[in-house]
Design a protein around this ligand. Structure first.
Ligand SMILES: [Zn+2]
Length: 275
């Protein structure tokens, strides 16, 4: 691995939820994930909360988890487009300036993406990871309305492997310069091959959906794409570093990434300058 090619998992959950309806809203324990990720050669991981009833509290908890391992973790803020409506701008401002979070996560299971969420992403130039749960048509609308926002649509648009949604998504991925995807949980390998071929390696990000999926298994899947070295470097971490560099406040890049990508690390004092 050359010094300029960090491997970053762009999709992992962390912390407790209070729903008790399934693992996704009950507990996302990181200890096992982190040892698996280390063994697989993953340098750093983006974490965000599991489903729950209070995302301000959950984002504080994610920030606390990241502070416990700043060399390897960076956090995104989770927002509920409906329940948090009216206070998303202030939640994101707090998440960025006080908690050091550097992206937004939202989920169609909670509610449809709103202008309020997109505008918060635009204001801070944060990457916006939005799980559409197969509801791919609105991507056409928000990607067009918010060309400055970098959207990451995980799972090729459907964790449930709805091939109709994933196939429709490939067209959106190829056509919209600000639409990206992650590889997490995708089982139909040929659709990943097609995503890279049609949209380009700069549109596809390695992600695992840990801790529930094994990061080493998900990483092996990306390596099995057999991409040229430059393309593979983009998918494994280069794309995410590029998106984080767009953020309006200096990114508290995990040290493992900063060292490999020759970026200023979170510990560098000049990172603390105001936006
Ligand atoms: Zn997920």
């Amino acid at each position: 691995m050359s010094p300029e090619s960090p491997i970053i998992d762009c999709h992992c959950h962390a912390g407790k939820g209070d729903g008790l309806t399934g693992p996704w809203d009950t507990d996302a324990p990181l200890a096992g994930y982190l040892s698996r990720a280390r063994a697989a050669g993953i340098d750093a991981t983006i974490v965000f909360a599991a489903f729950g009833s209070d995302y301000e509290r959950a984002n504080r908890e994610v920030a606390r988890i990241v502070r416990g391992d700043p060399g390897r973790l960076l956090g995104f803020a989770l927002v509920h487009p409906d329940r948090d409506s009216g206070r998303i701008a202030s939640m994101i401002a707090t998440a960025v300036t006080e908690h050091g979070l550097r992206g937004i996560k939202a989920h169609r299971h909670d509610a449809r993406l709103t202008r309020e969420v997109c505008e918060a992403a635009r204001q801070w130039r944060l990457p916006l990871l939005y799980d559409v749960m197969g509801d791919v048509a609105p991507i056409e609308l928000f990607a067009t309305e918010y060309p400055q926002v970098a959207f990451i649509i995980p799972h090729l648009g459907s964790f449930a492997d709805d091939w109709r949604a994933q196939r429709a998504f490939l067209d959106l991925l190829a056509r919209h310069p600000n639409v990206h995807t992650d590889t997490s949980g995708v089982r139909r390998f040929d659709l990943l091959v097609e995503a890279v071929r049609r949209a380009g390696p700069h549109k596809v990000l390695f992600g695992s959906d840990g801790p529930w999926l094994h990061p080493g298994v998900e990483l092996a899947k990306v390596k099995a794409l057999g991409l040229a070295p430059d393309a593979q470097r983009l998918v494994l971490g280069g794309n995410l570093v590029r998106l984080l560099r767009r953020v309006r406040v200096p990114s508290a890049m995990p040290r493992a990434v900063a060292v490999r990508a020759e970026l200023p690390s979170a510990a560098d004092p000049w990172e603390r300058r105001p936006a």
